[in-house]
Design a protein around this ligand. Structure first.
Ligand SMILES: Nc1ncnc2c1ncn2[C@@H]1O[C@H](COP(=O)(O)OP(=O)(O)OP(=O)(O)O)[C@@H](O)[C@H]1O
Length: 257
């Protein structure tokens, strides 16, 4: 499976946000981190791929099929997008919410295999103990993890996660990203996640795409992207990239003088 994004332009009304965005070919099983400062266009790129924002130019092809020409229904069968803000006040349990997400692109008849699929995604994300809890009675971090479960349960070809760890404690940041990573590798899915924590991005992503003011500044392996001068310039900080004793990358950042 491959995803190609080339020459993408998109925005809101007359305001152009994405300016000729191209990303080198992404393959199945690849975890791509989308990094960049606030307001750089990360969510707009996700919305453009998911079809929630109209693109004015460029191409988005998944396995050679132009997603821009696909209907919303066809697109949502292969792409799942978890927005930054989520939440639900419905009188539903966690299990029912994840089941609804699974059934969103199919008929309403619920089969045993659907129930099994919901149970296994809850188990994979260590959420089984919350299955019968009301969705509106969760903590911020629990709600965010349920939102990830809703995104993964359909096993779409392409998963877009907008800051999936922003509400999570240190343990859950690491556990959810490692679960997502093994889940997507198992199913040969593509995951693109917007991440502000560059250390998490370095640890979990195969590739990083750095975006600023709607343009791609760098696209490559974490060690190559994070060692570029653009990181310091873009974030207005001074960074040192180090290798830890566990051979993971560590971004040591401080405000530039
Ligand atoms: N619905 C909208 N209408 C008009 N402008 C918008 C809309 N949504 C976002 N923008 C603008 O588009 C630009 C890019 O926003 P976007 O949400 O894509 O950035 P981001 O990189 O995801 O930011 P953050 O890291 O802060 O979440 C910003 O200037 C923002 O104000």
């Amino acid at each position: 499976m491959t995803l190609e994004i080339s020459g993408l332009c998109a925005g809101y009304g007359n305001k152009q946000i994405l300016k000729d965005v191209s990303v080198s070919t992404v393959s199945g099983g690849e975890f791509v981190g989308l990094i960049g400062p606030n307001a750089s266009g990360k969510s707009t790129l996700f919305k453009s791929i998911a079809g929630a924002v109209k693109t004015t130019e460029g191409e988005i092809t998944l396995d050679g099929r132009d997603l821009r020409r696909a209907s919303r229904g066809q697109r949502s069968k292969v792409v799942a997008y978890m927005p930054q803000s989520y939440g639900c006040n419905a009188v539903l349990t966690v299990f029912e919410c994840v089941l609804l997400a699974l059934k969103q692109t199919t008929g309403w008849r619920v089969k045993d295999s659907d129930l099994q699929q919901v149970s296994s995604v809850l188990q994979a994300l260590d959420l089984s103990h919350l299955a019968d809890r009301g969705i509106s009675n969760l903590s911020g971090g629990q709600a965010q993890m349920v939102s990830v479960a809703q995104t993964l349960v359909r096993e779409p070809r392409l998963v877009l996660l907008d800051e999936p760890t922003s509400a999570l404690d240190l343990h859950h940041q690491l556990s959810i990203l490692s679960t997502i990573r093994s889940f997507m590798q198992d199913k040969n899915m593509i995951v693109i996640a917007a991440l502000h924590d560059l250390n998490l991005a370095a640890q979990f992503c195969d590739r990083l795409v750095l975006i600023k003011e709607g343009k791609v500044l760098a696209d490559g392996k974490p060690e190559d992207v994070l060692s570029r001068q653009e990181i310091d310039d873009t974030y207005r900080v001074h960074t040192n990239l180090e290798r830890t004793s566990r051979d993971t990358l560590y971004v040591d950042a401080r405000l530039s003088a």
